[in-house]
Write a protein that binds this ligand. Structure first.
Ligand code: UN1
Length: 495
């Protein structure tokens, strides 16, 4: 099915198919331009076929006992564990993150699928007393039906698995639309479930553009919920389209995540944190540290340390294990980041980097030097999401200013504070407007068994992963069982 040069089909109703008359597109390794795979540009009619297959498979899957669904998920986790190295390398080749992170992407998938497999034996509801005698009250969780999972390229296996494994354990059928940039990774995800024994039609893949495939999914009334991770503008559009049909739309969008470094922080630890948080995944995580809010008393010392460490920071082929940072994921991404670098040069002081890397192997890929700007709070680079290896450093006088600046952005996904003062750490947990706060750790690296998401423009109030994943993909039914053998009228009969 994925022979060299061959077109990888859509996965509909348990079959890989290349429909007559479809166009094709290829994905490329952002390090060197090599083709990774060629895929079908899905059309509206392909989406229609995928949804029909999902609807058809829906009853069988929802009637499969949840622990049995869990067993199938556990098979998927074991498949992926066996293929971790192979799939990790595909992630690195297609998306450009360094190989340790390519493996990490797959490990995050495995962790989450395992966690969800266990949920098959929980999926708990509530049992509560009734206000009436001989009456029993409980809630049960039911699948929503057919759901759409629309995912980005930056975690090309982990984010799809966050959505798919959760949707499946809850008994939903899925139509999956991945970012085109990382279609091969999406195919590997789907193969994992196919081989694990997910029945035909329960998981379908339609590759293609957001404008065609994404919109067709969001607009189809048979899709009862949409789980979307991506940019704010697309997310807003998805939300509005879904709203017309009053369908549940779950959004995970951007971030402008701060790392606060207080004057009492362990500076070496904070330095390791900022390097990983800002330049891990070439800064292309929703959780990436894009702002360093640095206490005035340690400002010069810490920036000196950062500059020094970046002198030996290695950018290059992400498959080389000694490399610290690979390319950005695509030409589009490179253009956006370089535009922000130009903006930064006008409104801020460039301290490190600020260039596209050229010469030798760099010429074939989208390599940008790790970049540090010193800036006042309020500039565009200090407030807008960039999604690249660009760190904005803002000097703050004290904790109060640090929190004010941290919160004065449109996003609220992740946040971090480095301090040795336990009271201040707890105050920060109270004060930072974000879905995630780290103490003495970078803004990236959330674990899958805790809810993930944020406030303000980061989303629309929901969370995914952890226990929240079950909320995302189920309807709650309240059940009242009256075994008194006479009519009892709640709120009316005397108690
Ligand atoms: C994302 O970038 O949208 O917390 C997901 C982290 C990863 C997930 C990031 N576990 O950095």
């Amino acid at each position: 099915m994925t022979k060299e040069g061959a077109v990888t089909g859509l996965f509909i109703g348990g079959k890989w198919i290349v429909p007559e008359g479809t166009g094709h597109y290829s994905t490329r390794n952002p390090s060197n331009g090599e083709t990774v795979g060629t895929f079908v540009a899905g059309r509206r009619e392909d989406v229609d076929a995928a949804i029909s297959a999902a609807v058809k498979a829906s009853r069988l899957w929802r009637e499969t006992p949840a622990p049995k669904r869990g067993e199938i998920l556990l098979n998927a986790a074991m498949n992926l564990t066996r293929r971790k190295e192979e799939v990790g390398r595909i992630v690195t080749r297609e998306m450009g993150k360094v190989i340790a992170e390519g493996r990490g992407d797959v490990q995050e998938s495995i962790d989450f699928i395992e966690y969800m497999a266990g949920e098959g034996r929980r999926l708990a509801g509530e049992t509560v007393p009734s206000e009436l005698a001989r009456k029993f009250c409980l809630t049960v969780r039911q699948p929503k039906g057919v759901v759409a999972c629309i995912t980005p390229w930056n975690f090309p296996t982990a984010i799809p698995n966050w959505k798919i494994a959760a949707a499946l354990i809850c008994g939903n059928s899925v139509v999956f639309k991945p970012a085109s940039t990382t279609s091969q990774c999406a195919v590997e995800v789907v193969k994992t479930y196919e081989e694990a024994g997910v029945p035909a039609g329960v998981l379908n893949l339609v590759t293609g553009s957001g404008g065609v495939v994404g919109n067709a999914l969001v607009e189809d009334p048979r899709i009862r919920a949409v789980s979307f991770t991506g940019g704010v503008e697309t997310g807003r559009d998805v939300y509005v389209r879904g709203a017309r049909q009053l369908k549940m739309v779950h959004l995970e969008l951007g971030g402008k995540n701060p790392q606060i470094v207080m004057d009492d922080a362990d500076l070496k630890l904070a330095l390791d944190g900022i390097l990983f948080g800002a330049f891990g995944t070439s800064g292309q995580r929703c959780t990436a540290t894009s702002r360093l809010l640095l206490h005035a008393k340690v400002y010069d010392e810490f920036l000196g340390m950062l500059e020094h460490r970046l002198e030996s920071f290695k950018v290059g082929d992400p498959l080389d294990p000694s490399v610290d940072m690979g390319p950005v994921a695509s030409e589009d991404q490179e253009r956006k980041v370089l535009e922000y670098i130009e903006i930064g040069k006008k409104e801020a002081h460039r301290r490190v980097g600020g260039t596209k890397l050229t010469g030798g192997a760099f010429d074939k890929g989208y390599f940008i030097a790790p970049t540090v700007f010193e800036t006042a709070h309020g500039t565009r680079i200090s407030k807008e999401e960039i999604f690249g290896p660009l760190l904005s450093v803002v000097k703050v006088a004290d904790y109060t200013e640090a929190v004010r600046v941290a919160n004065d952005v449109d996003y609220g996904l992740s946040s971090s504070i480095y301090t040795r003062d336990v009271n201040r750490a707890f105050r920060a947990i109270d004060d930072l407007e974000a879905g995630i706060t780290y103490v003495n750790a970078p803004t990236i690296g959330a674990e899958v068994h805790l809810p993930f998401g944020g406030v303000k423009n980061t989303g629309n109030g929901g969370r995914e992963a952890g226990s929240a994943a079950i909320e995302e993909f189920t309807e709650v039914k309240s059940v009242f069982i009256d075994f008194s053998e006479h009519l009892q009228r709640a709120q009316i009969d005397p108690r």
